[in-house]
Design a protein around this ligand. Structure first.
Ligand code: G3I
Length: 481
């Protein structure tokens, strides 16, 4: 992008952000570290653009009615991938019906915030309406070409790229069976690419898949495929590495893998980044997530052909992870209230910005004398209860909503009358009834600004299994919710 255009885009974004702020929708944004509308050069997209990259997010139609979410999205990101709105089941629910309304809404949001759009996706075995699978094999090619041509033509000039074929491979590197593969063999991929290029010559054409971030059988297969496509002159511009990670498991070969694709003359994009962990999130996992985000960003910045990174969702509250992986969550850079986590700060740092304290990769430190949070401290507590006739299990999540890390914590709360704690985890709890104090166990002493920690207990009750009340963190009253 020319420097002038980039500057114009930046001005446009600043105006859009101011407009949102003026409308009173930027409460969360204004508290985000340097803030989505804050210090110039401090947002993810500003920093990424300074490195010649973009930083994107996925957005769904329902996300657009959440003003906190959209304030963060509009301020921090410069690329949008529709989460579901450009998938076949939405855009062509029957053979004779096209519906671009939901996708158009995402494009409108992107335009209003000077963001570009990654089109996702034209041909995929999933979220495919049943009528396609029911077609006689002889009709599948025409149906696919019609779908690709109609959709790519509708969005011509409005999308930066298309994930033309999504997730074509099995884990062993063989091509996945699908309506398209079954009817057309491996040639469906080249056919889809050619059809997309004819419909929108300026969109970058990608193949996108998961578990191809490191060097392995599946990424080897993708490498062979795109090498072959290029040698045959089939239009292919990029490979998308979805990057749905688990904390601590970024493949050590990710940079080398990006390099080998880039060496073919292809763009590489991290298209759906998240980094899940068991919930409630531990301080150690949140710190590891911060390290992981920095690693992924460094891997991309190290290769000039890596053009950008997109997170799959804005925050933990809108992430697909809890719905797909029971017991897992906390996979993004923003917590359930769209407050930045340690991973946000480490991303800023990895992009060359200044994130402020705490050091996102610092290990939780033990402390026998809990520190009182400084001015601007705050906390929020949520509780979850499972009760039976005479007992209950209560899990408590404590979020540090202040601007500084807490190193060593003491959470006080009041048990309803008749409740007596019988056991606890992730905290030392005393005394067992009435006013209770739960303190950290050293390994979980640190709660980064924007981070959270969890503990729980079992209790007996005599008829009132309600949640505890009156929570405070290091003497500061917590909001509940
Ligand atoms: O729209 C229906 C709604 O009417 C119904 O009441 C509800 C009940 O389950 O389901 C709704 O559909 C859901 C749809 O998202 C829209 O919200 C589906 O159940 C749900 O399975 C679907 O999940 C999407 C998933 O793709 C499907 O594979 C996720 O939101 C979306 O984030 C996810 O995105 C994919 C990428 O496209 C490709 N890479 C992996 C990534 C994560 O799975």
């Amino acid at each position: 992008m020319a420097a002038q255009l980039r500057a114009a885009l930046r001005r446009g974004r600043a105006l859009a952000a101011l407009a949102v702020a003026a409308a009173g929708g930027l409460l969360a944004a204004a508290t985000l570290g340097s803030g989505p509308a804050g210090a110039a050069g401090g947002t993810l997209h500003d920093l990424a653009e300074a490195k010649g990259r973009y930083f994107g997010t996925a957005l769904t139609q329902s996300n657009l009615s959440n003003s906190t979410l959209t304030a963060v999205a509009g301020a921090q990101f410069d690329m949008v991938t529709p989460g579901n709105e450009m998938k076949w089941d939405t855009t062509q629910p029957s053979a004779t019906t096209f519906n671009f309304g939901p996708g158009d809404q995402i494009v409108s949001f992107a335009k209003a915030h000077s963001m570009r759009v990654r089109g996702h996706t034209l041909v995929w075995h999933s979220q495919l309406p049943s009528w396609v699978g029911s077609l006689p094999a002889a009709q599948v090619q025409a149906a696919m070409e019609n779908h690709v041509a109609t959709q790519a033509t509708h969005y011509k000039g409005q999308v930066y790229s298309w994930d033309v074929v999504n997730e074509p491979f099995n884990e062993d590197g063989s091509l996945r069976t699908s309506a398209f593969y079954n009817a057309m063999g491996s040639g469906y991929i080249a056919d889809a690419l050619r059809t997309a290029r004819a419909a929108d010559p300026s969109a970058k054409l990608y193949l996108n898949d998961y578990n191809i971030e490191g060097v392995n059988a599946k990424s080897d297969a993708m490498y062979q495929l795109v090498s072959s496509l290029k040698s045959q002159g089939v239009p292919i511009d990029g490979v998308g590495l979805e990057s749905h990670f688990i904390v601590g498991q970024i493949p050590s070969t990710m940079k080398a893998n990006i390099q080998r694709f880039a060496a073919l003359g292809l763009d590489v994009a991290v298209t759906e980044l998240d980094d899940r962990m068991q919930v409630p999130a531990s301080a150690a996992n949140l710190a590891q997530q911060a390290t992981d985000y920095a690693t992924v960003i460094a891997n991309c910045l190290a290769v000039s052909g890596c053009v950008g990174i997109s997170q799959w969702g804005v925050g933990d509250a809108d992430s697909w992870i809890p719905g797909a992986f029971g017991g897992y969550g906390a996979a993004t850079m923003y917590d359930d209230n769209y407050q930045p986590k340690a991973s946000y700060r480490s991303a800023v740092t990895a992009l060359g910005g200044t994130a402020g304290s705490p050091s996102p990769s610092s290990s939780p430190s033990s402390s026998s004398s809990p520190s009182t949070p400084p001015t601007g401290s705050g906390c929020r507590v949520s509780t979850q209860i499972n009760a039976w006739a005479t007992g209950l299990t209560e899990n408590v999540t404590v979020s540090n909503t202040g601007g500084s890390a807490v190193n060593g914590w003491s959470v006080k709360f009041t048990l309803p009358g008749g409740q007596t704690v019988t056991s606890a985890w992730n905290a030392a709890v005393s005394p067992a009834g009435g006013q209770v104090t739960a303190t950290d166990l050293a390994y979980n002493a640190a709660i980064p600004a924007g981070g959270s920690t969890g503990f729980g207990f079992n209790a007996n009750h005599t008829g009132n299994p309600a949640a505890a009340t009156g929570f405070s963190l290091n003497g500061v009253a917590c909001t509940v919710g």
